[in-house]
Design a protein around this ligand. Sequence first.
Ligand SMILES: *[C@@H]1O[C@H](CO)[C@@H](O)[C@H](O)[C@H]1NC(C)=O
Ligand SMILES: *[C@@H]1O[C@H](CO)[C@@H](O)[C@H](O)[C@H]1NC(C)=O
Ligand SMILES: *[C@@H]1O[C@H](CO)[C@@H](O)[C@H](O)[C@H]1NC(C)=O
Length: 973
Amino acid sequence: MASFVFQTLSLVYLLVIPICTSSLLSHDEEECFALFQFKQTVLHQKLDSWSNTSDSDCCLFDGVVCSNTGHVIGLDWSGSSLSGIINSSSTLFKLVHLQVLNLSMNNFVESQIPHEIAGLRQLRSLDLSNSGFTGQIPNEISRLIQLSLLDLSGNPLRLQNPGLEYLLENMTRLQHLHLSEVDLSSSVPNFLANFSSLKSIELGACQLQDEFPSAIFQLPKLIHLNIENNPDLTGSLPLFHNNTLLEHLSLALTSFTGTVPKSISNLNHLTYLDLQMCYFSGPIPGSLPNLTELTHLSLSKNEFTGVVPSMASLSKLTFLALGQNNFKKRCAYGWISKLTKLDVLRLSSMNIQDEILPYLANLTKLTFVSLDRNLIFGRIPSSFMNLTQLTSLDVSENHLRGQISSTFLNFESLWYLNLANNNFSGTVGLGSFFGVNELEYLILDGNRLSFVTTNNYTNDTLPKLKNLGLSSCNLKEFPAFLREMKMETLSLDDNEIEGVVPNWLWNNSQETLQMISLQSNSITGFYQHPQFLPWIRLEVFAMSNNQLQGRLPIPPETIVIYDVSKNNLTGEIPPFICEMRSLQVLDLSSNKMSGTLPLCLGSLNSPLSVLYLKQNNFQGPMMNICTYGSLLKTIDLSENHFSGRVSKSLGNCSNLEFLSLADNSFEDVFPLWLGTLPKLQVLLLRSNKFYGSIQGLSTISPRFQKLRIIDISNNYFSGQLPDKSFQTWNAMKSVFLGSFSVLGSQVNDLERFGSIEFPYSMKLTNKGVKQEYLKILNIFTAMDFSCNNFEGQIPQSLQDLHGLESLNLSNNGFTSHILPYLGNLKNLESLDLSQNELSGQIPQQLLQLGFLAFLNVSYNHLDGRIPQGKQFNTFENNSYLGNPGLCGKPLSKECENSRVPTVLPPTSRNEYESLLPGDIIDWMVILLGVGSGLIIGIVIGNLLYARYGDWFLERVGMRKNRWVRPLRNTRRN
Ligand SMILES: *[C@@H]1O[C@H](CO)[C@@H](O)[C@H](O)[C@H]1NC(C)=O
Ligand SMILES: *[C@@H]1O[C@H](CO)[C@@H](O)[C@H](O)[C@H]1NC(C)=O
Ligand SMILES: *[C@@H]1O[C@H](CO)[C@@H](O)[C@H](O)[C@H]1NC(C)=O
């Protein structure tokens, strides 16, 4: 960390008198000799010039200060390119009169700090920062109780056993304590709050733990407090008094919680406040804008709520970051135009619904602007051309529209430009970027733009693009200017590019390209169909939804994500695939591949977490998998011709969340043993030849505790379902009240491509219709046991599955009555009991199913009056067909005995509200509106829309005006 001013100040302060007088006095021979010897050991260029004057007065040399009596009392050789090793016999330790020792910013790599340092008892200032010292800090330093400055920061040092408490115990005179980046792995001692001389504390990135003593904030002389980047350090802000001197406060990347107190405005000297990436919540206090000395303010990535107050008074700000919080949707951001000194402005993802760009027109010092993921509307004003210092502009994922400027020539320093996912329209030409020579990132994906390239360029006008996003830009072919570029990432999804990928695309980029995404075009292959892909550093290869033919192109070993789904590839999976040591996602689904799976898939050494092979012609037995344990979260083998038994090796896949073996020819009993997989959420065995009873469900416990979705329909299962079958299916028991997410696997590589979600997708019959769900919210639960030979009573333990939304037991041989307890499953919206042998009446309790949108009890032996009212008014004849004994609406057959059934009291609104946190509606809208997956397109299950969309709103009368809330951010991956 920059630890700067304080040392220099204290050095001058401590030594001001001796400096003025030293030249008049004689020097201590012995000490000078020691100093020369020390110099020899640390190879010093600047000192080399002294060698021929070695007998002269060392007190005259650069950085050396002597006392009146000729003793060397100060040595400042900071930033002098010193190297070599300082060991315990170093003559440095003979300078026992040293009061100031500064060897910072040198390069003593591999040197430990010798114990002998403690012999320098007079030391008042010890600065060894950023000089490559390693190992344990010697205990003996604790004896240097005169120290007012201790700076060991920026070295790979550690301090353990004894730790920080022991070291500092007696250093009561400390003014400056700087140990940033030293591995302390300890809590902050409470007694520091009694060290009333402390002026600055720098303990960033020290692995600090436990709670930070909040009394330290109140130290009367404290000016500078930096404890950032200690993720395990908790704490909260105290009430601040008005007599504080604090100027610099950074708690970034800690686990501080609570609110920011109103009294923060008492810190009236504060110039630097960094609270980003903590867990602060509540509103930003209205008093914050009273901190008019602030130049740097960062509150981003917390859990702040409420509205952002006007900060017009903070006219000295050069850095402002408020993004990634849960602020209310808000339009009043005009105050930004007052912050004319701003250099950096980061306002991502904070619900800004304002035409904010015109406010920036006068902020001509801006270099870095990120406004992505908001609801910003309007156009890019022409006055934006004033912002000539811009190096980075990100306005992606907003509602901006209009044409894009015809030239960016004003932005001479522009390096990063991201306009993706807005409503920009018209054409934009390559020519607009001629002369913007620094431009490396140009991302225009997902607008309604047409990108026009030209062949009219010279090499000096072309920007040296390395990262280009031209998805949905009406491209008909690969832009020819790519011939001149050494690309790192290239995405040209959703265009109309046909034919083969030309060889020139890899000639230049062979050694640089890391990500290529050409999804949803009409590409048939690669020039000359090479067996191996040419890019030697490729990590992401996304080609889904094209017309690739022939065999699988083999990626280099560096590949992380390999997606060629929805093409016409044929042939087998080559065993090469097992040698991809970094592979995390392998998606070969929806091709025409065949053959058996390579055996080596079972013993992969890669961190594979997603394996999609669905919709191909693979056959034979399922391979062994997860032999050595594994990170696999998703396995989808559905819609192939696999046969035989389910490989028991799946039981080793302890991270498995999603397993689909649907639509194959597996022939086995129910794989009860999958129940022990602790994370399994989705199990799809539909349409195979599974057989036998699934009795065992009730006997062995606990099983399937996380299971949310199970489909075992269309098999030959038989027998009764024992009453206790579902007693441990905990995930289906509770109505969802947590935070929402899309089920899926996340692949992270923050440096390269960031974080990409691979949502689970599946087919499922719901409300009588089989449909494909391309995303599954974590609130969805379903059970489909239809088309088997189950018999006997519907098991009683179903009544505890309060979360269940879809239950399908149709086409079995269930007998007896529809039990009244089904009315307890209040979340149910689809209930199919058709084609069974059920008899008796439809219980009135089913009227309690307030969300029921689909009911089918046809072809049973039911009789009596159909319940009337509520949801039942929405069902039609075909829900009841084939039950000659039923009567009443909607059937035309009237009931003979007009006995009025007991009318249940109307279900109260509150009850529905408790079922559904109000925020769900907000969340839905976001999900529909924001394109999140880079790789996977977005379609949302109709079911969810039906449920939380208009149907739901009208029925429950909960129409609210709060439509939007940001998706919660993934923190600190
Ligand atoms: C601090 O001083 C006390 C009293 O002189 C002494 O007992 C103790 O050992 C000292 N601690 C350290 C770490 O030197
Ligand atoms: C600050 O506190 C002092 C007493 O400590 C008081 O006299 C003064 O009025 C206070 N100032 C403000 C602005 O509150
Ligand atoms: C902020 O400052 C203004 C003017 O100095 C003062 O009237 C107001 O009370 C202050 N607000 C807070 C919360 O300190």
